[in-house]
Design a protein around this ligand. Structure first.
Ligand SMILES: C[S@@+](CC[C@H](N)C(=O)[O-])C[C@H]1O[C@@H](n2cnc3c(N)ncnc32)[C@H](O)[C@@H]1O
Length: 181
């Protein structure tokens, strides 16, 4: 009886172990590619968009979009179009599901890709919450691809060579403007 119970628990144990290993691999891999997944609280995400003076005219790119929370906010509360770029296949798939469930197919899109390989030219507002090193590597691409007037809002980490126009020191949010003094 006890052995039967033990044997029947093995598949459950294997599944839990598999999920735990997948979780750890995902954290290590995304850390290596740019930044591990840490969600921005909804209130801070809203503050990011407001600080960047988002409008319904904007095309927002969230580089490393996680579960897509900045995308919904930009679309549902501010009427903007939003594109997420996410390298993690599980978070990408989850975002796809949520786009459907929320009925946002016409307004929100997610691309499964390395953010360093995506064409950023359509963006008018870029949001990032990555790492110091990833921001450093990204700086040149932002400067090369984004049009004058595009804003970039970064959580926690700065872009020292870009033109800082606004900040919220308490929240560690920094807004930059491309191409204008
Ligand atoms: C700190 S989380 C931020 C998630 C979301 N933007 C937010 O603020 O809630 C960073 C995200 O970037 C993703 N990421 C890391 N490196 C990436 C890369 N090279 N290309 C695309 N996404 C990447 C991670 O998988 C993770 O979901």
């Amino acid at each position: 009886m006890l052995i039967d119970t033990f044997m029947s628990l093995i598949p459950v144990g294997c599944l839990v172990l598999l999920l735990a290993v997948a979780g750890i691999v995902s954290i290590l891999w995304t850390e290596l590619k740019g930044a591990p997944y840490v969600a921005t609280p909804r209130r801070t995400a809203r503050r990011m968009l407001e600080l960047a003076e988002i409008s319904s005219e904007d095309v927002v790119y969230d580089l490393g979009s996680g579960d897509g929370r900045l995308l919904w906010l930009a679309a549902q509360e501010f009427g903007a179009r939003a594109v997420g770029v996410e390298i993690d296949p599980i978070r990408y798939a989850w975002t796809k599901v949520l786009i459907r469930l929320k009925g946002l197919q016409g307004q929100v899109q997610v691309i499964r890709a390395d953010l360093f390989k995506v064409d950023l030219r359509p963006a008018s507002l870029v949001t990032v919450y990555l790492s110091r090193e990833t921001n450093r590597l990204l700086m040149e691409k932002l400067g090369n691809e984004l049009s004058p007037g595009t804003r970039i809002v970064s959580r926690k980490y700065t872009f020292p060579a870009l033109n800082l126009i606004r900040e919220d020191v308490a929240e560690e949010l920094y807004v930059y403007l491309i191409g204008k003094a």
